[in-house]
Design a binder for this molecule. Structure first.
Ligand code: LLP
Length: 418
């Protein structure tokens, strides 16, 4: 579904002009389309309907309460990685029976809170972590549930910073250790190990890595069954790609067609943890042209957003389409779109052909709904941007722009300096 479209040369989010939102709320600014979020969630739900998976939205992709609530109200669960994400999910009434908790470094406090909340299970990433969960559950007189996160040692052929499923990465447990743990599962009497989990990477554009990984898991399950080790859940993780530039991402239907038969073969209850697929193309980042600069060698469009607001282009060499909020007849020019931060890595695009733009005009950086705001920082003492959600012809600020007061909250000059 295209909820960001031009009507009479004006870019709209659903039925609201983006120019109007930018004028009212200021820039830089994130704007999310409610209906796109829901549509993407439903695409996965429908594609996989034969196996009725629990779809746990990966909160790390976009943890705004309004985004979480929109999805939870549609029946989504949450894949969380921290106490903060767990608390946010619970604040908008997530069903604890649909919460799974990954992370290689869960603290005691996080384990305790998850046990008190009675989440579906921990995705356990190491033996010492399992021992710790067992100890804490014992002291709380509770029985934890856990899935072992398997590292299937499959290369997902994605950007090196977002691949997770090979033994070069810190994630998960290799098959042989997992087998040993499951054989001695009685030693962990306060943990019921009833699931296997994998998450092999993000922005995975081909199906083979999924197919190879699930086949490895199927073989492992067969071995486990021959030893009478019963498993109830298989959590496939996330990773489904979106189209940033070329249309090389698979549709939900294509993914499902390739892997549902394998998932059915497991005979287990299935969990999916999509993040980017749901939120990525449901959001844009809007920024305003401050200055045009031509150093005789290159032309620069200097905008009010920076790498602190949206770090993906510089961190992952990620391509984000950039479009003007108002289309004009101005001739196209080749420019670098750069921010105000004191780093040469502070750019959104290099040598991009864009409609010629003037000071105070707005541009939208597309596909910024996942891993956008959540990865922003206050570098250069810049307040984080505002976030807005649009539904039909309505829009509301769902996170206020940070003020200077927010930025210095908690900071103190020590008494020995005064
Ligand atoms: N499950 C687990 C255990 C994960 O670690 C992740 C993402 C997901 C699910 C969701 O993956 P997705 O469906 O969104 O691909 N900041 C990077 C992406 C990092 C992904 C981290 N883990 C980026 O901007 O590309």
């Amino acid at each position: 579904m295209h909820c960001f479209q031009y009507k009479k040369n004006q870019l709209y989010c659903e039925n609201v002009r983006i120019q109007k939102i930018a004028d009212e709320c200021g820039t830089p600014l994130y704007i999310y389309s409610y209906h796109t979020l829901i549509d993407h969630f439903n695409k996965i739900k429908n594609a996989f309907k034969k196996i009725k998976p629990i779809i746990c939205f990966a909160a790390k992709a976009n943890d705004n309460l309004a985004v979480l609530k929109s999805l939870i109200d549609q029946g989504a669960g949450c894949d969380i990685v921290s106490e903060g994400e767990l608390r946010k999910a619970m604040k908008v009434n997530a069903d604890p029976a649909k919460i799974v908790f990954a992370s290689v470094g869960k603290t005691d406090q996080e384990i305790e809170l998850a046990l008190r909340t009675d989440i579906l299970f921990f995705n356990v990433e190491s033996l010492p972590e399992l021992e710790q969960i067992n100890r804490i559950a014992k002291s709380m007189k509770k029985r934890a549930r856990a899935a072992l996160r398997i590292n299937p040692d499959v290369d997902a052929a994605t950007h090196q910073r977002i691949t997770t499923g090979t033994l070069k990465n810190k994630f998960g447990i290799d098959f042989s250790t997992a087998r040993d743990i499951l054989r001695q599962r009685d030693c962990f009497s306060f943990v019921q190990i009833n699931g296997l989990h994998i998450h092999i990477g993000s922005q995975i554009t081909t199906l083979d890595p999924y197919i190879f990984s699930i086949k490895k898991v199927l073989k492992f399950l067969e071995e486990l069954r021959s030893e009478n080790i019963d498993i109830e859940y298989f959590d496939l993780g996330g990773g489904f790609a979106i189209n940033y530039k070329d249309s090389d991402a698979k549709t939900a239907d294509e993914i499902a067609e390739a892997i549902v038969p394998l998932l059915q073969e497991t005979g287990l209850k299935i969990i999916l943890e999509p993040g980017r697929f749901i939120a990525g193309n449901a959001g844009v980042f809007v920024t305003k042209v401050l200055y045009l600069k031509d150093n005789g060698f290159k032309k620069f469009l200097i905008v009010d957003g920076g790498m602190n607001d949206l770090i993906r282009p510089t961190l992952y060499d990620a391509y984000h389409e950039i479009v003007p909020v108002q289309r004009t007849t101005a001739e196209s020019v080749k420019v670098d779109v750069v921010g105000p931060i004191c780093e040469s890595g502070d750019y959104f695009a290099k040598d991009r052909i864009l409609q010629g733009m003037k000071k105070n005009e707005f541009m939208a950086i597309m596909s910024a709904g996942a891993y956008g705001y959540v990865m922003s920082s206050n570098y250069n003492v810049r307040g984080r941007p505002a976030e807005v959600m649009v539904k039909g012809n309505k829009f509301e600020v769902i996170k206020e722009r940070e003020t200077f007061k927010d930025l210095i909250r908690g900071e103190r000059v020590p008494s020995f300096l005064s």
